[in-house]
Design a protein around this ligand. Sequence first.
Ligand code: FAD
Length: 603
Amino acid sequence: MVIETHPHDVLIIGAGGAGLRAAVACIEAGLSVGVVCKSLLGKAHTVMAEGGMAASLANVDDRDGWTTHFRDTMVGGYRLNNPRMAELHAREAPDRVRELEGWGAVFDRTSDGRILQRPFGGHTYPRLAHVGDRTGLELIRTLQDRSVAVGVQVYQEVIITRLSVRGGRVDGAIGYRRIDGKPMAFPAKAVVLASGGVGRAFAVTSNSWESAGDGQALAYRAGAELIDMEFVQFHPTGMVHPTGVKGLLVTEAVRGEGGILRNSEGERFMYRYLPESRRDEYAASDDEARAWVDDLTEGRQTKHHRPPELSTRDNVARAIYTEVKEGRGSPHGGVFLDISYLPPERVRAKLPSMYEQFKELADVDITAGPMEVGPTMHYIMGGIRVDADAATTTVPGLYAAGEVAAGLHGSNRLGGNSLTDLLVFGRRAGEAAAEAAAAASGTAPQELDPRFVDESIAAMYEPFERPSGEDPNRLHEELQATMSSLVGIFREEADLREAIDRIEGYKERWGGLRVTGPRRFNPAWDLYFELRSMLIVSEAIARSALEREESRGAHSRLDFPGSSEEWDKVNVAVSRDGEGMDARTTPVVELPAELAEYIVAKG
Ligand SMILES: Cc1cc2nc3c(=O)[nH]c(=O)nc-3n(C[C@H](O)[C@H](O)[C@H](O)COP(=O)(O)OP(=O)(O)OC[C@H]3O[C@@H](n4cnc5c(N)ncnc54)[C@H](O)[C@@H]3O)c2cc1C
């Protein structure tokens, strides 16, 4: 079948921060680049990012530097991170932020006109360059301007359903345009996956509708390895009320600016949950925590320790979950987060979106009283295994960057490290893909293998042709309920086995789903493909979680409560094995001695 075909040297799947930064790198290398996205340019999930991007610019505290950022990232990830990725990220983040500023990003400023930085959980010093609590919007706006200026070609509202692999090499992708349901082919010399996260596999999530794990699943189906899929980050603070907005993010910037967590008994409970090994990094009393906030507010370098609320996300999420479970929760099943002790004008200036969000959606004035918050599925540390320097996956011709890729964050991501991840590794993926495409002889392939095209199109339209079958929405709800109840913050063997059994059943049911109505903007049809992705990533999460018999970072096993040395040395990898999924351990990337010295001191 002859279909609309757009050949490019490099195809980039995703127009979030990672995809757009990769596109700029490819175009600057003089190549033809196509960017495909499910929504509109400027609307990718990255636009929702709030608190900021972490880089050791040392503008607020001159003791900061890349080695401390490296240490914080490795310690925060419980040393399961790929150390080379953590090193590159820490070293290059400041340049990427300054570059963004040069392209027109308008950051908040220090009194002497430099980029202002705010504190965030797990970061030793104030490190997050930010624009109020709308940093993602500014990042996307700037990268969008830049990529349009250099001449990016964007295919909007297109869903990629399959990667083409010829002779063991990825040589393009196929999908359909949501606007008219027509198939589209994208032959390319190299493909960069920058397709974001997997939040929609869970019932309560802060993620946008685009985050269905498509990229992880496309790569897996093409033969790539996924690693660290057991590490799913539950952000401690999402809205819990009203029901319609449950899960919507309450940025960590609220705690970064001094927000205090209390249970229904009025207790500031986070003191009780600080890990012994890191207790000395946090304030010992309310007075010290307040002195730290006052220094921050006045823009002074502080000698005080940070408040206990700025513990790492995994720890704060478990603490809130436990408080609620043990009966000390707020009326709507969360806990209280209070910033109203600060002057109202400061709260409104530093947290304008949060002020509006609570006012509009919950009728709560956060300058006058506390918010109610609880954990929400927020980010996946796991994803496609990539090489640190060049973002290559285990399949030739395929590159990955941003949330879809794994390695940088280990078992727990520090807030703010994602936005700089997008910039550092988006650029690296773009440059490496461009280099590979330039080295490949001749022009980009003009078409995909006709047999691949015919098969893919038949599979695309199959759910419309079934005379009867189940609605994708029901299956989606069941999957979300299973993932939230059996593969959530706390896990145990029986639950994980039950989840895997159920997912096996859902996979069979997926083959019988029916879609009715037109092909034009049909959300059930989109969901049909997204569900296949969510089933793959859900199975990968559950199987990896079952494999890792310890608790570490964002992975908490009730039946294996502590972390173990043996598990210190391995990642869990999954890949396709015929029709089944193989989960196994693989050695971590060794920490070289010259980097080890930076983290030894704080273990
Ligand atoms: C509410 C919220 C606030 C956050 N705040 C911060 C913060 O302050 N600091 C920080 O560091 N991190 C933050 N994060 C995390 C961070 O925003 C994300 O990890 C990051 O934006 C992901 O960017 P990305 O470029 O990898 O992908 P995304 O921005 O998720 O973009 C994915 C792109 O891929 C496209 N795509 C997906 N599947 C397909 C397909 N099948 N076919 C075609 N296109 C496809 C999508 O349309 C989209 O364009 C936040 C996350 C949330 C949810």
